[in-house]
Design a protein. Sequence first.
Length: 467
Amino acid sequence: SVFDFGMIGLGVMGRNLLLNMADHGFSVIGFDKDSTKTGALESAATPGTTVKGVAELATMVQLLQSPRKLMMLVPAGQPVDDVIESLIPLLEKGDVVIDGGNSHYTDTVRRVKYLREKGIHFMGMGVSGGEKGARTGPSIMPGGDKAAYEKVRPMLEAISAKVNNTPCVAYLGTEGAGHYVKMVHNGIEYSIMQLISEAYALLQHAGLDNDRLHQVFKTWNEGALQSFLVEITADIFLQKDDKTSARLVDVISDKAGSKGTGKWTSQDAMELPVAIPVIDTAVAMRTISAYKEERVEAAKIYNKPVASFNTDTETWIKQIHDALYFGVIISYAQGLAMLHQASKELKMEIPLPEVVKVWRGGCIIRSTLLEVYMKAYSASPDLPNILLNKEVANLIENALTNTRTVVAQAAQSGIAAAGIMSALGYFDAYRTERMPTNLVQAQRDYFGAHTYQRTDATGSFHTVWGE
Ligand code: 6PG
């Protein structure tokens, strides 16, 4: 028999994506050296679908319809290059190879060029939505060769999440663009998760227990904050621990892990440069979370301030709601501003209206707020920052007073809320017509003769200061 699509690597994501394809009528074949994984693939297939698992890469390639379409879902880095090397002698001109993992976009750019010389189309593709998303409808962020995209488009559209019947997949730009967009998606993911955790700390400050926290997040998820991350947060507070009688969240260590994509976003933002301080803060907070022993020590040295807190609980909940909403708006704004800038600098031709369309469903950062963003970018696709959109400006204005109150209260009470503080700091700088950086320019010229520009004349100037 001849198969429509092949998958290399049958871990959780590879297996579930392949089964999703089979559920949509494609005949699929998966390769993994580990026979328990090929077995797991076949036994999880929906009856009546065509799914085969093999332990030889060459066997899989031979059984694919030409031009071959195959995807790899293996750990980022060397494993991807290893798979490419073992594939090259087996493939023919015109075949399409997709890397669906979280590869760094610079690796993808390199691989696209390498395989193009051999006549093979290589596409970097971000996939978001975790295990369940992969099986039932992920958000898919492909980039690379447009002609290659057209070859796999029907399959990607079939398996992707849908919002109002619109598939959450689109061609997102040249070469490494798909992985670039996925990287920034993850930066925003880090940012929103950090802000939610701060909201959690601030709500606990008012004495809310897990049941009440569940209710608050559940209610929030029914309003403007409707999103996957708020939804799962509500669930988390109810989860009981198997070992103790406690709620699971209370017995989980506060050291947060990370696989690196958030860090990449910050690193690349610095390179461009573009300012994404809330995402940077989120990365930093995960790093600080690992300093457990030092924090225990420091907690003994520095007492938490005893601040008066006399806001009634309902008002406080509403204020935190608005601060979180504000922070979420800013998180997307920073990520999207980064994509805008990167698209130009790195010539990736990333279409922002399509990016927000794809993010509306299936992915970790899906939310109703993205509907507003989609409208904004449809009207002006080249907007450098979503904060310049009128409708977004209205949302910001409505949340601003409460955000300032929450930031002030957090500062006075000594509650670490660096994400929300950073969001407000960024916003206040962004809306400042004349920043105090004229002084920085003067200092640079004073000690280093770095020159400065004047407000009333063109050209560069230097002064011999202090004389
Ligand atoms: C997704 C996620 C996913 C990512 C994890 C882990 O969109 O489905 O972004 O791709 O790998 O969230 O990220 P960290 O381990 O870095 O937190």
